[in-house]
Design a protein around this ligand. Structure first.
Ligand code: URA
Length: 198
């Protein structure tokens, strides 16, 4: 069993939060264990809770369309969420839930070691770009420790709001060149490097 599968078992047994009592299935995340790029959403919704898989409802269909626009399929990337259980009634995650779940995402990142992490929505952005505002930083990247962090709007928000939809579509199209830079950075020995999107 891979280290990631073992981690999934641990996550499945997690009952740190009240919401774990109400979940149908825990939603640890899924995708290529050696993915170069990881997408981090907010929390499972109804569909995800039913299936135990991230981004399988309408927001997931839109995410798959966005991935297709840059010639990627979901199997080629890794998809996770900030929290692994569905908040009842699809409410926003509570700070305590984000705190309790932080370890799982941290360990997923350690195991997958993605070269690029794309945050989807405010809650995910807040973990990697603390104190920033999504309307200001969406579509921009930051490099830290040879990983490129890139903020995008949440596909669910962008699905029905035309201005956000256009923004998320445009932001997605910037990913291939950033990813190529991230992949190049990993191959090259560490040296000062300018990224076009800072
Ligand atoms: N929204 C999220 O943030 N994550 C999912 O998995 C589904 C919808």
């Amino acid at each position: 069993m891979s280290a990631l599968s073992e981690l999934y078992k641990e996550i499945e047994e997690c009952h740190r939060c009240e919401i774990s009592k109400y979940r149908t299935k825990v939603v640890p995340g899924e995708g290529a264990e050696n993915a170069d790029i990881m997408f981090v959403g907010e929390a499972p919704g109804w569909h995800e809770d039913q299936q135990g898989r991230p981004f399988v409802g309408p927001a997931g269909q839109f995410l798959e369309q966005l991935l297709a626009s840059i010639n990627l399929r979901r199997e080629q990337v890794y998809i996770a969420n900030v929290i692994k259980c569905r908040p009842q009634g699809n409410r926003d995650p509570l700070p305590v839930e984000i705190h309790n779940c932080r370890e799982w995402l941290g360990r997923q990142i350690e195991l997958i070691r993605p070269k690029m992490i794309v945050t989807l929505g405010r809650y995910s952005m807040a973990m990697f770009f603390p104190g920033k505002s999504i309307s200001r930083i969406h579509g921009t990247a930051q490099k830290r420790d040879n990983v490129i962090y890139y903020a995008m709007y949440h596909p669910a928000a962008a699905l029905h709001q035309q201005s956000l939809r256009q923004a998320i579509e445009e932001d997605m199209l910037k990913i291939p060149s950033l990813l190529a830079q991230a992949q190049g950075m990993a191959e090259a020995k560490p040296q000062p490097q300018q990224l076009s999107m800072f």
